[in-house]
Design a protein around this ligand. Sequence first.
Ligand SMILES: [Zn+2]
Length: 335
Amino acid sequence: MLNEMTHIPDAFLNAKAEELHDILKAPTLFHIEGINPQPLFICTLLHGNETTGLYAIQRLFNKYKDKPLPRAISLFVGNIAAAKEDQRRLDTQDDYNRIWPGSHHNNSPEKDMMQTVSNIMEKKKPFASIDIHNNTGKNPHYGCINILNPHGLVLAAKFSNIAVYFTDPKGVQSSAFSDFCPAIVLECGQASDKSGEDHALAYLETILQMDDLASHESNNLNLYHTIARITIPKTVSIGDSTDDHSSDIYLSALLEDKNFHLIQPGTEFAVINSTKEKLIVVNSESHEDITDEYFERDNNKLIFKKPVTLAMYTTSEKAIRQDCVCYLMEELRIG
Ligand SMILES: [Zn+2]
């Protein structure tokens, strides 16, 4: 199921994400030589509709077409079958960023593949690992890390002054690679946002030119810690507009512009039109239901009970059903 290649085919360099499946046929791990042999690992399209990483990498390789890379690159191109359909994942597939070592998912050929990629890369002792994603909702560009150590913080600080530290969900690529190298996730805004591509490209070039991470600072970081994740049970219907009167819950569209803003108590999260017991579920990082700690009902509204910061908030039903409504975060002070 996994291809391994030591050159980049010309067709790859200018392909659209939806064309990659026809070009590569399977998820592919490339190993490209550079002046410094210790590779930078880059990962893209773990989510098939998050295309910013692919287009940034194509531009990077096109820039270095006639000259050597400053450092070797190992590149993993993930869910090209979902990319063909412009989907995060196909309904028949596991989420490609939940099945890396440490995952609680059932065994599958895809899970074995991620184990194989991890084994191959662990032996190569990468300089760093960079996994590039997009958000469905509106968010600033930010990095995510799974371990709080100086090298990871430097990787994050080189991308943005905002970073998120999370330990749940399990089975994500960055978490698996954190066992053997500094690892970061880049969240580059919405896939349609070209500035995300420019930003990712500039970042990759910066990291490629670095000799070490130890001699750099991360003092500029505003670091957040994920404390909970909000989902909506399958049995609860999500409405678009309160005019339709037939759905159980209508999420506040205003919050789409409030990612990484501090939300005050009393702020409306949703309008509810249902007598069902559980309309949303707020799960802590250790999977306890802490809904009542953060939300209360006020007539036909669900409102925030205490101040909290949101990330990745979206009202897109497809995104909510495949992942979640948003994450709740608090600011973390270290040092
Ligand atoms: Zn993603």
